[in-house]
Design a protein around this ligand. Structure first.
Ligand code: GLC
Ligand code: CA
Length: 559
């Protein structure tokens, strides 16, 4: 890949992001834990799949009580995964294959094992060292802030014996929140940013950013002071580096996420959290309405910004950004077994969520790849891996990548008992049934299908950059929309119901144009002044390139 400084500064708009844990991908040294050397060995696989950006979950020294989101040292590498030199090698090898690498910047909190916290506990109250964190004599402050990990935590305050004070934490009690009211903390975080950006990292996922600053009388989320911190981080990134990207993890309503893009001076990208559960809801309710509704309530974002779209990730399918009624429905539809639930969400992977329905997996991916934003895939979902809801916390969706049907799923040569986690072994989703090796050999596998979809998407910049217009349909089970960018106009239609459906679309402003289906390259009948008729099989979708579209000015006049 071109050096970060030389390539299109908007590269992330055209990216296909692949999220993985180093520990879960491939174990090169045979100790049972995935490592950087293993990831390097599997870069050819990722290149073949066609992804253009690798997002690595935290790999820093950590007690691993929150799988590395409890950082003990921001500028190091957990020795289980290799050395800093191994990381550099990964970066270099990825770049050679045209793959960008983004990493985590866990800005909101550290592990209680971090030296800053250990020092803070011992430092005198009121000192700069103590004030790296948020302390209080009572646990009654900031009562307006909700608890996020509702299954484990009862309060956002924890008592520290040594300090003789309470400290503030929005997540686990072993993850004290840092104090951005102390200017030294921002300086430290800037140092961390520089450290990794200097090494050549292409972007940062800013973890849990709505919670950076606390103020009495508020819910302590999305505060103006928090945005000031983000603008400072961004200003440094822009001043000192080029071609890098910030991806915001702000699990909030679209109108509350919008400010994280700022005027193009905060984050380049942000996940669209509320869209994700609504895609699943549309599928179960057999109506496009939930998707139309949330995208209708999504404000426009600055030209240089981009939504990050995902179906599943390393966390539970969060139901924080839905109404109570919708939440009840989602739980009924997708998590009848209480083991499938975690905090305010559902801890399942994509394939099991849709009962391993190949058509549904394809439909969901077609939305992921054609709605406005950059698609983010979670490792293993490209082969339809399963989960194990009986494992603690989110461990059931973080199992070893299934490379083969053999020993340890081909993930590691270690004795099975040494693995960081046992591969999934059930008859439907286990590695004997679901693995890369078999799917590479099988031309009709999900893996091949995903690869083709990725290839197709990469040929048309319209998907990453174009505008979105919904088209009114005669059938609520059909979602129809146009993506337009420059000369390109693409019509996307999706049937969210299980049965074949007819639909009539008003395409009269494209009179004279010919829709060409983009996967099979099949020409469809010319668009006339009449309503355009299509039928879609259950869970079917289609993308059409509209050929011969007159420039938008003249199309508008002809109406
Ligand atoms: C983010 C991460 C999640 C982690 C939490 C606390 O939400 O995605 O995995 O537990 O932050 O760091
Ligand atoms: Ca290893």
């Amino acid at each position: 890949m071109a050096r970060a400084a030389d390539r299109d500064p908007l590269w992330y708009k055209d990216a296909i992001i692949y999220e993985t844990h180093v520990k879960a991908f491939f174990d090169a040294n045979g100790d049972g834990i995935g490592d950087f050397a293993g990831l390097v060995q599997k870069l050819d696989y990722l290149e073949h799949l066609g992804i253009t950006c690798l997002w690595l979950l935290p790999f820093f020294p950590s007690p691993l009580r929150d799988d590395g989101y409890d950082v003990a040292d921001y500028c190091g590498v957990n020795p289980s995964y290799g050395t800093l030199a191994d990381f550099r090698r990964l970066l270099e090898e990825a770049h050679q294959r045209g793959i960008a690498v983004i990493i985590e910047l866990v800005v909101n909190h550290t592990s209680d094992q971090h030296s800053w916290f250990q020092r803070a506990r011992r430092a005198p109250p009121g000192s700069a060292e103590r004030d790296y964190y948020v302390w209080s004599d009572t646990d009654q402050r900031f009562k307006g802030a909700r608890i996020i990990f509702t299954d484990t935590e009862r309060s956002n305050w924890a008592w520290d014996e040594l300090a003789g004070a309470y400290y503030w934490h929005r997540f686990f009690s072993h993850q004290p929140d840092v104090n951005f009211d102390n200017p030294r903390v921002l300086d430290e975080m800037l140092g961390v940013l520089r450290f990794w950006a200097d090494l050549g990292v292409d972007g940062f996922r800013l973890d849990a950013i709505p919670y950076l600053v606390e103020r009495e009388g508020t819910n302590c989320e999305n505060l103006p002071e928090t945005h000031t911190v983000i603008r400072r981080l961004r200003a440094a990134l822009d001043r000192e580096f080029s071609g890098r990207m910030f991806l915001a993890e702000a699990n909030q309503w679209p109108w509350d996420v919008r400010p994280y893009f700022g005027d193009g001076d905060e984050c380049h990208m942000s996940f669209h959290f509320p869209l994700m559960p609504r895609i699943f809801m549309a599928l179960r309710l057999e109506t496009a309405e939930p998707i139309l509704d949330i995208l209708g309530r999504t404000p426009p974002i600055p030209e240089t910004c981009q939504w990050g779209l995902f179906l599943r990730n390393h966390d539970e399918l969060t139901l924080e950004m839905v109404t109570e009624e919708e939440r009840d429905y989602m739980v009924l539809a997708y998590a009848r077994d209480p083991h499938q639930r975690l905090n305010i969400g559902i801890r399942r992977r994509l394939a099991p969520l849709v009962d391993n329905g190949r058509r549904r997996i394809e439909l969901l991916n077609s939305l992921l790849f054609s709605l406005p934003g950059t698609p983010i895939l979670y490792y293993g979902d490209e082969i339809g891996m399963g989960d194990d809801v009986l494992r603690p916390d989110r461990d059931g969706v973080r199992t070893p990548m299934q490379w083969t049907g053999g020993q340890n799923a081909g993930f590691s040569g270690a004795p099975a008992t040494a693995l960081y986690s046992q591969p999934i072994t059930d008859p439907v989703y286990g590695h004997a049934a679901v693995n890369v090796e078999a799917q590479l050999r099988d031309p009709s596998s999900l893996l091949h299908w995903m690869r083709n979809l990725i290839r197709l998407r990469k040929q048309f910049q319209v998907f990453g950059r174009g505008t979105l217009e919904f088209i009114a349909t005669s059938n609520p089970k059909i979602l129809a929309y146009l993506r337009r960018w420059g000369e390109d106009t693409v019509l996307c239609v999706a049937n969210v119901s299980r049965n074949i459906q007819p639909v009539e679309l008003d395409l009269s402003s494209f009179k004279g144009a010919t829709p060409v289906e983009m996967i099979g390259y099949t020409g469809f009948p010319k668009i006339t002044g009449e309503r355009y008729f299509l039928s879609l099989v259950g869970y079917g979708f289609a993308w059409f390139e509209l050929r011969g579209v007159r420039p938008s000015g003249s199309a508008a006049q002809s109406r």
